[in-house]
Design a protein around this ligand. Sequence first.
Ligand code: SF4
Ligand code: FES
Length: 252
Amino acid sequence: MADEQREIEMEVLRYNPEEDAEPHYQSYTVPFSNDTSVMQGLQYIKDHLDGSLTFRWSCRMAVCGSCGKMVDGVPHLSCKTFLRDYYPGKVRIEPLAHFPIVRDLAVDQTDFLEKLEKIKPYIIRDEAKPLAEGTYNQTPAELDRFKQYSMCINCLLCYAACPQYGLNPEFTGPAALALLHRYNADSRDQGKAERMPVINAEEGVWGCTLVGYCSEVCPKQVDPAGAVNQNKINSTMDYFLRFLAPRGASHS
Ligand code: SF4
Ligand code: FES
């Protein structure tokens, strides 16, 4: 089919907390072709119609995780979502749900960043191996145990999809728990005992009510819901092992 130019109405949420009492929608008519992404539509608005429109993006190729938006109510990477799929209707663009708005489509990610820090997203060793002894080698099977969870790009689509996080922002949430699992499952890591309190807490894995929408919207097939479920098992085992080995042998 010829890649003809068409026009679509983009209805964009606007909000400048310094000037607006309430968020409101503004409509723009945007030309597009078959390969015009929602992000490119927003760039067209910014470049040609309204330079004050604020939104985040960087890589344009589903790698950096910064361009997440609600597109017709569904969390998507806007660089990986195409206007053609919403034509001939209009398409509504809003900031990611469940996060405070900084301005227009840009949200405040502080809460997630604090949670990320709490799960200690790095390899912890009791004692680091001297450099002269070389690298920490892993078998393909050891790599498989955490590789999927290491694909997370911190795009926060899973938080926007999670009704539990919407109800209770204390909930650690899908990506942070998936990343926690990524490090606990890594054969080079010895930090499980330090992370178990985050898993076991009420706002840890037990805050999840098994909706599973987080895994549906994840653009990197991380399956955060799977990681949370796996850690419900780990948390239960940790609970019982604490009775059998109260001095922390469960964490060895
Ligand atoms: S788990 Fe998936 S949806 Fe959630 S932040 Fe990571 S990549 Fe994004
Ligand atoms: S712009 Fe980087 S993921 Fe979309």
